[in-house]
Design a protein around this ligand. Structure first.
Ligand SMILES: Cc1ncc(COP(=O)(O)O)c(C=O)c1O
Length: 399
């Protein structure tokens, strides 16, 4: 007799939907004595709960019925205008509010981009390593990956050129995270931004610029997003409220100057969820236009900078000689390499020591590089960072 499970005739693309190491691990970290450097979570104690409660009350009093009604797929006009206004200095130009689309987390933006660009077997160009959530989103559309080498200064333009020269079929787009990348915390340096834009222009390759961490800079000067550089090519920009307000609100945005791409995204989003939650957009907007929001961003940046320092100091003190790590200028992650180690195996030992992280192989589509680990520093207070790093270093020595 057929069981219910065996009678489900899943689409071929579901074969690519793998359980995420991160999600599996987050289950383990529910235990209070386990210190997690695994998730990409903001510090919950900094969430502006009171201000969001007040904003919600004001929204209900002022716009109650509109906030509870269906709304347009593109996003409520106030939110689109706010995003355009906030990004204008970074882009060093006026951004028409029509170029902005509000989405349900930038993760939905990645899914929609996969939906409109990727046919089964199409090539997509990624940094090596790259954001796991993007790989998952593109996997669902049966993408294949071409990977570009990176170093401490981000993606290496010569490697991108070599990849594009040889690519067959020619890829649909380049996806990259230019600031404080997930997983490595690295930032693409200024002259390389220019080079990447020129190369993509020459090859007529659209760029997807995913920039969730740009506001979390601890030191050094802001670099212009690729989207700020003059080009005849297509650049699609993703930003999010997840790291500067709260990920639970799922308010994020795309900036798409190309009207054809924008129209396809709107149609794809309509089929997916009609529109992002009206009430959350209203509440988000009500909060971010207040002074409290600006103070909040300063507070997050100061706290995460301090936590990065604590983690780097603890690593300097306890890490064995085989271990190297970077000191990102912003964001939420640092990248550790343990020469010769398989960090997926190391995770089993470190889980016994009650500390977890994300093994680097998850961020390589071919899962062929094993010595890296992503450590999150935003989500743990100082003392837990110190204890966690001591435990991790003990696990590395044991392993
Ligand atoms: C590079 C990158 N893109 C997208 C996302 C997803 O963000 P959102 O919460 O807006 O869906 C994350 C979250 O960690 C990320 O690191």
């Amino acid at each position: 007799m057929r069981t219910a499970a065996s009678s489900a005739r899943f689409a071929r693309r579901t074969a690519r939907l793998r359980a995420s190491t991160i999600r599996e691990m987050l289950k383990v970290t529910q235990q209070p004595d386990v210190i997690s450097f695994g998730g990409g979570l903001p510090a919950p104690e900094l969430f502006p709960t009171t201000e969001i409660a007040q904003a919600t009350k004001r929204v209900m009093e002022e716009y109650g019925t509109a906030a509870l009604q269906y709304s347009v797929t593109e996003g409520i006009p106030q939110m689109r205008a706010w995003v355009a206004h906030r990004l204008a200095p970074r882009f060093a130009r006026l951004i028409p509010a029509e170029d902005v689309l509000i989405v349900n987390g930038s993760q939905q933006g990645l899914d929609l981009l996969g939906k409109i660009f990727i046919d089964p077997g199409d090539h997509v160009v990624l940094e090596s390593p790259s954001y796991l959530g993007a790989i998952q989103a593109f996997d669902a559309y049966e993408a294949r990956y071409l990977t570009v080498e990176t170093d401490e200064n981000g993606l290496i333009p010569e490697s991108l050129e070599r990849v594009l020269d040889r690519a067959d079929p020619f890829p649909k787009f380049l996806y990259l995270v230019p600031n404080f990348q997930n997983p490595t915390g690295r930032t693409l340096v200024r002259d390389r931004r220019e080079q990447v834009v020129r190369i993509c222009e020459r090859y007529d390759l659209p760029i997807i610029e995913d920039d969730p961490y740009c506001e979390l800079r601890f030191e050094g000067e802001d670099l212009p997003p690729l989207s700020a550089l003059e080009t005849s090519g297509t650049i699609i920009y993703l930003g999010t409220g997840s790291k500067i307000v709260a990920p639970g609100m799922r308010v994020a945005w795309l900036v798409i100057p190309n009207a054809d791409v924008r129209e396809k995204i709107v149609l794809a989003k309509q089929g997916s969820d009609l529109h992002s939650g009206t009430i959350t957009q209203y509440v988000f907007h009500e909060y971010v236009r207040s002074n409290a929001f600006e103070e909040h961003v300063h507070e997050i940046v100061a706290t995460y900078r301090h936590r990065r320092d604590v983690m780097c100091e603890a690593l300097s003190e306890h890490a064995p000689r085989s271990v190297s790590f970077n000191r990102p200028q912003g964001g939420m992650f640092l990248w550790v390499r343990a020469a010769g180690a398989d960090t997926a195996e190391l995770l089993k030992v470190s889980a016994q020591e009650r500390v977890v992280f994300v093994p680097g192989e998850s961020f390589y589509p071919a899962r062929d590089v094993h010595d890296g680990m992503r450590l999150n520093f935003s989500n743990s207070p100082d003392e837990r960072i110190r204890i966690g790093i001591e435990r991790l270093c003990r696990a590395i020595e044991e392993a």
